[in-house]
Design a protein around this ligand. Structure first.
Ligand code: EPZ
Length: 422
């Protein structure tokens, strides 16, 4: 296994290109199961989760070719298999996103329950309940979701008790091929959900309410879609992570190929702390702060502050003046980075879902363990400002969602190496 070795890096500088969004690429890939024709997908991030999902689609019978860097041509017309096995789904929970499209297209499928992960139980009960409202018969057998809809799915009024990103995406894809109209109330509004709505609309699906929490989808009654070529939107969480790298070293860095509007919750919070920005249409330059003030943060669904940026801001709080508090409202166990940061000398206390961080304590490099994708990025940020050297182990978590991580950090001036465990 690989590990990252990071030396204290007082300043960063320069610019990097942000990759396509992992959390948009995944539903886009499963949506190709709804397409009658092959399509080209550009700006596809070369990360482990995307490659795992491509492997699953290939096992189901799809074929794809890499045309060039970050671009594939995919054809799902020969898909014949409708069972998504545990050995793949356990590696990448978002494989659950094949449930809606497989059921809508083939009227039956078996998808392994994804199981929990480091940050929480991650149930999919809301996905299942909503599909049952559309006429699916669903049973859980030996750890698999066994779903059938012999008459095909029919439009229904779906009210999500909780806002669920992949739940909304699964139901959008199911509704696109259903008979009649589906209304989704309390839908997720993340930019990645919006892009899925837009590609379905471009494929001829009538969708109202895009970008709002109330969506209306007129299904095609089983007719496959005429999908158009797609360019994946920029990854707002990758961008936010590098902004935090600039912020924690109080540097000026520039990110290209971003969508500034998608980053507003993050840039607003950085401005509150003391940073400035120069913003153009698809670039963002962070300007250093004269004083980095402690802050309060609560994670909520988009357009609120994203839970996927919580760990990174906890690392940033370590260099802010005063006491910061962070409340995690979406996941029950998304503080796995706290113990590791404490081992580096961080002064953090937890009470329920709220972390209290005393800033400006001296951080010392240490051997630390990555536990989940975003927690691992927080350890990198802390490693940049800690004295001496920090070694981050189990970095396969990072490879799931950050393309060319150490190359991008090195191009900003960070002292980071990827090495092999002995
Ligand atoms: C998506 O996960 C993202 N993953 C996550 O990003 C992100 O943290 C999360 O949304 C929240 O923004 C992808 O898009 C692939 P949810 P998802 O369903 O859809 C509860 C990353 O780091 N819930 O919106 O799985 C759930 O337990 C990953 O890139 C149910 O109770 O999250 C959670 O408390 C991590 N029942 C809340 O809803 C359900 O059926 C939000 O979960 C579904 C969800």
């Amino acid at each position: 296994m690989d590990f990252l070795k990071i030396h204290h890096t007082p300043k960063l500088s320069g610019s990097i290109n942000i990759s396509g969004a992992k959390n948009s690429a995944l539903p886009i890939l499963t949506a190709t199961l709804l397409s009658k024709n092959p399509i080209t997908i550009s700006n596809l991030p070369n990360v482990a989760d995307v490659n795992t999902l491509l492997k699953l689609l290939e096992i189901l019978g799809a074929s794809y070719q890499h045309i060039q860097n970050n671009q594939i041509h995919i054809d799902t017309s020969s898909v014949h298999e409708t069972r998504a096995n545990y050995d793949i789904v356990r590696k990448m929970r978002a494989s659950i996103l094949v449930l809606g499209p497989l059921l809508a297209r083939f009227r039956h499928c078996e998808v392994s329950l994804p199981g929990g992960c480091a940050i929480g139980a991650r149930p999919v009960d809301l996905h299942i309940k909503a599909l049952e409202k559309m006429g699916a018969q669903i049973e859980i057998q030996h750890g698999y979701i066994v779903a059938t809809a012999p008459q095909g799915l029919r439009g229904a009024n779906i009210m999500f008790d909780k806002i669920t990103v992949t739940g909304t995406e699964n139901l959008l894809m199911a509704a696109a091929l259903a008979k009649g109209k589906t209304k989704i109330i309390n839908a997720a509004k993340e930019p990645e959900v919006v892009q899925l709505c837009e590609i379905l609309k471009d494929a001829g699906v009538e969708i109202e309410g895009i970008g709002t929490s109330e969506l209306e989808i007129q299904g095609s009654d089983g007719e496959l879609l005429d999908m158009q070529d797609i360019c994946v939107i920029a990854d707002r969480i990758e961008a936010g992570t590098y902004l935090c790298a600039g912020a924690i070293t109080n540097s000026s860095i520039t990110l290209h190929h971003v969508i500034p509007h998608h980053l507003e919750a993050i840039t607003d919070k950085l401005e509150e702390i003391g940073f400035g920005f120069e913003i153009s249409q698809d670039s963002l330059t962070l300007l250093p702060a004269t004083k980095r003030k402690a802050f309060e943060l609560i994670t909520t669904e988009y357009p609120g502050f994203p839970t996927d940026m919580q760990a990174q801001f906890m690392a940033l709080a370590l260099v802010c003046e005063g006491t910061s508090t962070i409340e995690e409202r979406l996941f029950e166990n998304r503080f796995m980075h706290v113990n590791e940061l404490q081992r580096m000398g961080a002064n953090i206390t937890l009470k329920g879902h709220t972390a209290t961080i005393i800033g400006e304590e001296e951080l010392k490099g240490a051997d630390v363990m990555a536990t989940d994708l975003r927690a691992s990025s927080a350890l990198i940020l802390a490693g940049l400002v800690a004295q001496d050297c920090t070694q981050i182990h189990r970095i396969y978590h990072l490879d799931r969602g950050y393309e060319g991580l150490e190359e991008k950090l090195r191009s900003l001036g960070a002292s980071v190496q990827r090495l092999k465990e002995k």
